[in-house]
Structure formats: C-alpha cells, structure tokens
Design a protein around this ligand. Structure first.
Ligand code: NAP
Length: 305
C-alpha cells in the first residue's frame, strides 16, 4: 500500500479508500469483517456521506467504532453533505446541522474531512466560509474539500473560504474518462474534445489537491462495471494480460490505472466484498508503465489523435 499526505493530517492516508455507499445493509458481523479486512490490507481511509442509505451507512461504522475502542484514532473518516431530497443545500445552517447528524451517527467527535457533495448553484461563499469556520473552531472538522466541482466553482468558494480545499472527489474510471479525453483532443471538432469540466484534473494538480475517484469500476452513472462486460472485451483482455504480468486481479489493474495519473490520487472503492477489497488494496503496490497506461486507455475504446 502507498500512503499520501492529506491536508493538515499528520497521519498519511492510504491511496485506496473504502467507500461506504453500499454498506448500509451490513449487519454487525459483516461490518466487522469489512472494516478489519480493510485495515489488515493497509486501508485507513473511509469515505461516507450523510445520504448513503439515508444515514444507515454511517450508523454501521458508528456501531463498529463503539464496539472497538481505540480504532477511531487509527483511521481517517471523511463524510459529505449538501445533497437533499430534490435539491442541493450549501447554506450555513444546513452544513452545520448535517455535520452534527453525521457525528452522532458515526459516534465520533470529529470528521477528518468534510466534502461538499455536489455543487449548489445557490451557494453563497460567505455562508460556506462561516459554516467551515464554526465547524473547524469547534474541533468537529479537520479538513475541508469538495466533490464534483469544476475549477471556477472552487475559485468562487475560495473568494470567502480561507481553509484550503484539500480534495476534490470526482467520477473517473478507465471506462469513464471525459476529464482526460478533452485534454487529448484540444481544439478538435469531435465529442471527445469537449471540455466539460474546465480542466479540473490540471486545476487539482496545480493546487496540490487530492483527486479522489468515485465509481472506479463503473462504465457510466451506476450502469454496472466494465469487468467481464462483453461491451468492453478489448479492455478486459488487456486487463487480464496485465493481471497475469503483475500476478494480481484484473480489478487491481483497473485501480492501478487510476493511481498512475500523476496527481495526488486516491481511489474510493465501492465493493462490499472482503476479497474484492483485498484486491483493491493490492493496487497500492502496482505501478503501471506509461505504455501500459495508454494501452488500457485505448482498449477502453478511446482514440488518440
Ligand atoms: N462523490 C460522489 O458524488 C460519489 C458518487 C458515488 C459514489 N461515491 C463514492 O464512491 C464509492 C464507490 O462508488 P461505486 O460503488 O459506484 O464504485 P465501484 O467500485 O465502481 O462499484 C462498486 C460495484 O462494483 C462491484 N465490484 C467491485 N469489485 C468487483 C470485482 N472484482 N468483480 C466484480 N464486481 C466488483 C461491487 O460489487 P461487490 O460489492 O460484490 O464487490 C459493487 O457492486 C462509494 O462507496 C462512495 O463512497 C461518491
């Protein structure tokens, strides 16, 4: 496993983070196995959101922490807020209230990181700044970041928010690469050349932000994984060949592909299976060559100009 610096945290965080969107239904035994498998594999980063399972995902971790005193200090917990039923809400009142709910469900007194989940067009940077200030000064949140934001939205927040935005969590997999495609096809009159996100990857690199990739195995927006997917036979062949070479699983190679991008990368997995989690953790020890990285990009159906 490799570890990276994350904001003000003295504890380095694992480049593989365990996502919690799908763990809401876990009973105590399953949660215990999931958490212990993650930690035994070197994963110390756990990604949550107030909306996962309507709060139930955070409760699963909260019960584990209550039953296992001493673990909290060893792990890094991130959660997110801002998505409500039918709208987005970055008001000061909602952010503060949401964090109080998160801490209660997690049975902890602080979050290591809080992300604003999806851009709220009605956001007032002053309100976000004021919420962050209150949460930081009360010791409830140690680092702040965003998710699914483009550079100008982050710049807008930074007109008032004085705490560094240390992370941006965005959708990216070898089969979902619009953020890269636009960079390869600058000024070309094809769909892949459309810059939809304002060069967000480059912005994160310039600002030394952690880039967290969500849905690392998905084709589109929750439409299923590309692993063993007949529409991605070239990609699966290439993944299998590299899996043989590195003596790991094809899924491990797919995560290693994301980690090879030279930002401060972190992959947020969605698996609930202990075996798949171990496979993901193994990606922290695989570094693909430039040729291998490009071969996978092409095998996913992309053309280089
Ligand atoms: N910021 C945002 O807006 C946002 C949005 C969505 C998600 N997220 C975060 O990102 C995390 C990951 O998202 P995701 O769940 O969509 O990611 P994902 O890892 O791409 O997809 C998870 C799915 O892939 C399956 N899978 C994993 N390994 C597999 C393997 N080796 N073979 C076959 N199937 C496999 C899992 O099933 P098994 O459980 O059986 O392994 C699960 O159904 C979430 O938990 C959440 O923390 C953030």
């Amino acid at each position: 496993m490799r570890y990276i610096r994350f904001g003000s945290s003295e504890q380095p965080v694992s480049v593989i983070g365990a996502g919690s969107m799908r763990i809401a239904g876990m009973d105590e035994q399953a949660a215990d196995t999931f958490m212990k498998t993650a930690m035994d594999s070197g994963i110390n980063f756990f990604d949550h959101a107030d909306i996962y399972g309507g709060g139930k995902s955070e409760e699963v971790l909260g019960r584990f922490l209550a039953a296992n005193p001493g673990i909290r200090e060893k792990i890094f917990i991130q959660s997110k807020c801002g998505i409500r039923q039918g709208f987005f809400d970055f008001s000061e009142e909602y952010i503060v209230k949401s964090v109080e709910g998160i801490l209660g469900r997690l049975q902890t007194d602080h979050l290591d990181s809080l992300l604003l989940h999806r851009p709220d067009a009605l956001m007032e940077p002053e309100e976000v700044a004021s919420a962050f200030d209150k949460l930081y000064k009360e010791g409830k949140v140690r680092n702040f970041g965003v998710s699914n934001m483009n550079p100008m939205q982050m710049e807008l927040l930074k007109t008032k928010v004085t705490y560094p935005l240390v992370c941006n969590q965005v959708q990216m997999s070898v089969a979902h690469t619009p953020m890269l495609d636009a960079g390869f096809n600058v000024n070309m009159g094809i769909d892949a050349g459309i810059n939809r996100d304002g060069s967000v990857l480059e912005y994160c690199r310039i600002n030394d932000m952690v880039v967290q990739t969500w849905s690392p195995l998905q084709v589109g927006y929750f439409t299923g994984t590309f692993l063993n997917n007949e529409n991605y036979s070239d990609l699966n062949r290439e993944l299998a060949a590299l899996a043989d070479k590195y003596e790991v699983g094809a899924d491990t190679i797919a995560y290693a592909w994301l980690l090879r991008y030279p930002a401060r990368m972190q992959v947020i997995t969605g698996t609930t299976s202990p075996d798949h989690l171990r496979s993901a953790a193994a990606a922290g020890d695989v570094v693909l060559s430039r040729e291998e990285w490009y071969a996978l990009y092409r095998a996913a159906g992309n053309r280089l100009p």
